[in-house]
Design a protein around this ligand. Structure first.
Ligand SMILES: Cc1cc2nc3c(=O)[nH]c(=O)nc-3n(C[C@H](O)[C@H](O)[C@H](O)COP(=O)(O)OP(=O)(O)OC[C@H]3O[C@@H](n4cnc5c(N)ncnc54)[C@H](O)[C@@H]3O)c2cc1C
Length: 263
């Protein structure tokens, strides 16, 4: 089975204090520590497990700048066979639809049976997987927390639904699935694994390689224009805890105890 996994390089929320820029155009990106989007890591682990059971290969792909190559290498150290970086100045400032259209071009350049995305990434829209499926005219399932390969034409997928309930579906291949965290336990990536892939060649494809008209992607092609980023005003009864992470945790525990939520 040929599997393509879409991965995004995102600010690591465990390592950074995320702050919104005063002009509201973005978050402060200087000195941020980046890592692979958590959901995508689960998607790559699932792809590796499927490949190990039924054969085939796992390709990881990202749309980003040259620094995004590091997340491809990390996922290759985990066990993905190939990496592809989709990078072009024309892609900068893309909206979700443009990201999906760039990924579609890569999907069509290969011969994939299955495409896995994360359920959501740092911008939190949860839109890329569904749009990619629609553009390819492939079936799609979201919030997938269980995959069983039936044969080379069908897979069984479990989905998390309202109230912690579970749904089981059969879906035809090729398809796109967006993966929920908790579907597996992503393996640890050690220094040895990272070193092993340090010099592996990762192809870089731009708009012309992918047959993409630059006017349809990036800021030029964005049909959703981000107007502002801001911290909402404090509502009544809301309190934002200040201080270091440890201080915030202590305050939170005190508050929960005071309200009877913790004994
Ligand atoms: C400087 C800057 C300017 C931007 N301007 C705009 C704008 O004007 N309008 C607008 O709508 N958005 C804008 N964005 C947001 C950007 O386009 C989002 O990254 C994109 O919309 C994806 O949204 P998401 O993170 O919510 O992904 P989701 O849809 O939540 O992600 C779901 C899954 O899709 C896949 N995926 C998502 N992104 C990628 C990627 N880059 N490469 C590979 N796989 C991916 C992953 O599998 C991920 O788990 C901007 C971002 C930046 C950094």
């Amino acid at each position: 089975m040929e599997i393509l996994v879409c991965v995004k390089r995102v600010p690591d929320t465990a390592e950074n204090e995320i702050e919104v820029k005063s002009d509201g155009t973005d978050i402060e990106r200087d000195d941020l520590v980046y890592s692979v989007n958590e959901w995508d890591n689960y998607a790559v682990e699932e792809a590796i497990q499927i490949r190990d059971k039924v054969g085939g290969s796992v390709t990881v792909v990202t749309v980003g700048d040259e620094e995004s190559e590091e997340v491809l290498r990390r996922e290759m150290a985990m066990g993905a066979d190939n990496g592809v970086l989709l990078s072009d100045s024309a892609f900068e400032g893309s909206d979700g639809k443009a990201i999906a259209s760039i990924l579609k071009a890569q999907a069509e350049a290969g011969n994939y049976d299955l495409i896995l995305c994360g359920a959501q990434a740092d911008d939190g829209a949860g839109q890329v997987g569904g749009m990619l499926a629609a553009m390819l005219d492939w079936p799609y399932a979201s919030l997938v927390n269980h995959i069983e390969i039936i044969d080379d034409k069908k897979v069984k997928v479990g989905r998390e639904i309202e109230g912690g309930n579970q749904e089981l579906n059969e879906i035809e291949l090729p398809c796109v699935l967006s993966i929920q965290t908790g579907i597996n336990e992503p393996r640890y990536v050690g220094i040895r694994g990272i070193r092993k892939v340090a010099s592996v060649d990762i192809p870089v494809k731009g708009a012309s390689d992918l047959g993409i008209d630059p006017a349809t992607v990036g800021e030029a092609g964005a049909k959703v224009k981000r107007l502002d980023y801001f911290v909402p005003e404090l509502g009544e009864g809301a309190e934002i805890l200040e201080g270091s992470m440890e201080e915030k945790i202590e305050k939170l525990i005190e508050m929960l105890k005071a309200k009877g939520g913790l004994k």
